[in-house]
Design a protein around this ligand. Structure first.
Ligand code: F6P
Length: 545
């Protein structure tokens, strides 16, 4: 049983922030900027190639200092050390949480149960490297002797979202002679569409699953095996040439029929949503090559070092975490919009949804109390400028407060005319418009008739962060992901919840397993659900052809 911690709302800094909030509710970003001409030059921080401008948040120096007091009173420093040291901070599963070990340099030492895990991490990286070189160099042949041209990653959640996001984000660096597909949904369409134009003789499946028991992944893997065998004349031996696995569960991998020599291992101290830089990143390495993959890891590691060592007032993940607490718990925001002005990052918001919401979507503290404050906000978003023409209306003039994380790069990877400057002008304009708005006087001064004025006023005072970097390289992507990972941890520590388990996904899984046979053997099963579920099942049985 974990020791009881002091309830969050009884902490001195929390109470001080409650008081401070009353003053803060009077502030407008317009005035905060007008009072301090250097605000935009002061309220920022930089690390691992990322520049964070947080000046367009509704904060003052006092707010920041109170938030940092809250972090200190919550024991954040000790919590960070506990994670890096390999303590079993995933208490409900009694596990260490060591995604930081996945990017630790060779020669580092991180000890779990008396064993330094870093050499194991590098052994797997070396195995991935050798395999990637064989595939990319055409030396790994399929069953009929043809080289592999198509790679299909089968996985879901953390075994899919990271690989997809990284593939899309780093597409500029990928080998265009290889085709990559990602199958996650148990909806058969996902598999059918991903494979309908592929030649089985040239296709390699990576079955990615930490547990190797996930219903969707195992169902898709079985369909993949059937598809392959059908295409290659039913020869069982073909499986070894066309399937590899990424998992922590050698027994299940072998039971599926994949030789464990073709298994890339990771460990129970890597959470699914923190695993894109483990062997789960095999598809990423195949796509961008081992050197770029190692650059990605180097970016993660730079941000790790920064998180562990930088003082809180200069610490990017800590600042972002604390600002999120301020917006969520004190200003009443319920969501965060993540808005990358970089088309390659189009899957980044979806990736962050699992990272943030599966981590901090909890209403019970580590010591088992129901919280009496909000925890993880809802993350969502789309790349700019597309979102500007759909949901930004609500962010500018709606009734809800929606803090935004803008992400932008100084240089495009593939310059095209003046596109990039137009893109950049838009991201800067949006953050400016959200913060400063447009007053009724300004609208009137443009000759707007009185009746139209209220419709054209922008209240402003909408908070945002801008994360700015030179260009989207593998290293920068690593730093960016690590920034959010550690910001999630910062928030979890303050909310006193455990960001590394996910019990909330279990119930639905169990119920679905119970319902499957009821759908397929209509007559033999008496339905014992609630009347709504029973009725829907009966309707399905009638409609089923
Ligand atoms: O159902 C949630 C979850 O357990 C995620 O946390 C995880 O990333 C995903 O399922 C996939 O799990 P696995 O890699 O074990 O197949």
């Amino acid at each position: 049983m974990p020791a009881k911690s002091k309830p969050l709302k009884s902490l001195r800094a929390w109470k001080a922030l409650e008081m401070h909030r009353k003053t803060a509710s009077q502030w407008h970003l317009r005035d905060l900027f007008a009072k301090d001409s250097k605000r935009g030059n002061r309220l920022n921080a930089e690390a691992a190639g990322l520049f964070l401008d947080y000046s367009k948040n509704r904060i003052t120096d006092e707010t920041l200092s109170l938030l940092i007091k809250l972090a200190n009173e919550s024991g954040l420093k000790a919590a960070i050390e506990a994670m890096f040291r390999g303590d079993r901070i995933n208490r409900t599963e009694n596990r260490s949480v060591l995604h930081v070990a996945l990017r630790a340099p060779k020669g580092a030492s991180i000890v779990v149960d008396g064993k330094n895990v870093v050499p194991d991490v590098h052994a797997v990286l070396d195995k991935m490297t050798a395999f990637s070189e064989r595939i990319r160099g055409g030396r790994w042949k399929g069953f009929t002797g043809k080289r592999i041209r198509n790679i299909v990653n089968i996985g879901i959640g953390g075994s899919d979202l990271g690989p997809v996001m990284a593939y899309e984000a780093l597409r500029h660096y990928t080998d265009r002679n290889l085709t990559f597909r990602f199958v996650s949904n148990v909806d058969g369409i996902d598999f059918v569409e991903a494979t309908c134009d592929l030649n089985p003789a040239e296709t390699l499946f990576i079955v990615s699953s930490k547990t190797f028991t996930t219903q969707e992944t195992m169902t898709n893997a079985q369909s993949a095996r059937a598809w392959l065998l059908k295409g290659l004349g039913g020869k069982e031996k073909a499986v070894a040439k066309h399937f590899v696995a990424v998992s922590t569960n050698a027994e299940k991998v072998s039971a599926f029929g994949i030789d464990t020599a073709n298994m890339f291992e990771f460990w129970d101290w890597v959470g699914g949503r923190y695993s894109m830089d483990s062997a789960i990143g095999l598809s990423t390495m195949l796509a961008i090559g081992p050197d770029n993959f190692r650059a990605l890891l180097a970016g993660f590691h730079k941000m790790d070092k920064h998180f562990r060592t930088a003082p809180f007032e200069k610490n990017l993940p800590v600042l972002m975490g604390l600002l999120s607490i301020w917006n969520n718990n004190f200003l009443g925001a319920e969501t965060v919009a993540v808005l990358p002005y970089e088309q390659y990052l189009k899957r980044f918001p979806a990736y962050l949804q699992q990272l943030t919401m599966e981590s901090n979507g909890k209403y019970v503290t580590l010591d088992g109390r129901h919280v009496n404050y909000s925890t993880g906000p809802i993350y969502w978003g789309e790349p700019g400028t597309n979102g500007q023409h759909s949901f930004y209306q609500l962010i500018h003039q709606g009734t809800r407060l929606i803090p935004c994380d803008f992400i932008a790069f100084a240089n495009p990877l593939t310059p095209l005319g003046d596109h990039h400057e137009i893109l950049l002008a838009n991201v800067l304009a949006q953050a400016e418009a959200l913060a400063f708005g447009k007053t009724a006087d300004e609208v009137r001064a443009e000759g707007t008739p009185d009746w139209l004025v209220p419709h054209r006023v922008f209240e402003g005072n909408r908070p945002s962060n801008t994360i700015f970097a030179d260009r989207l390289t593998p290293e920068i992507l690593g730093a960016l992901v690590a920034l959010y990972e550690h910001s999630v941890y910062t928030q979890g520590v303050i909310w006193q919840i455990g960001p590394f388990d996910q019990w909330g996904v279990e119930l639905g899984k169990v119920l679905a397993k119970r319902i499957v046979p009821e759908l397929s053997t209509a007559k033999t099963h008496r339905l014992q659900h609630d009347s709504s579920t029973n009725n829907l099942i009966r309707r399905y049985r009638k409609l089923k052809q």
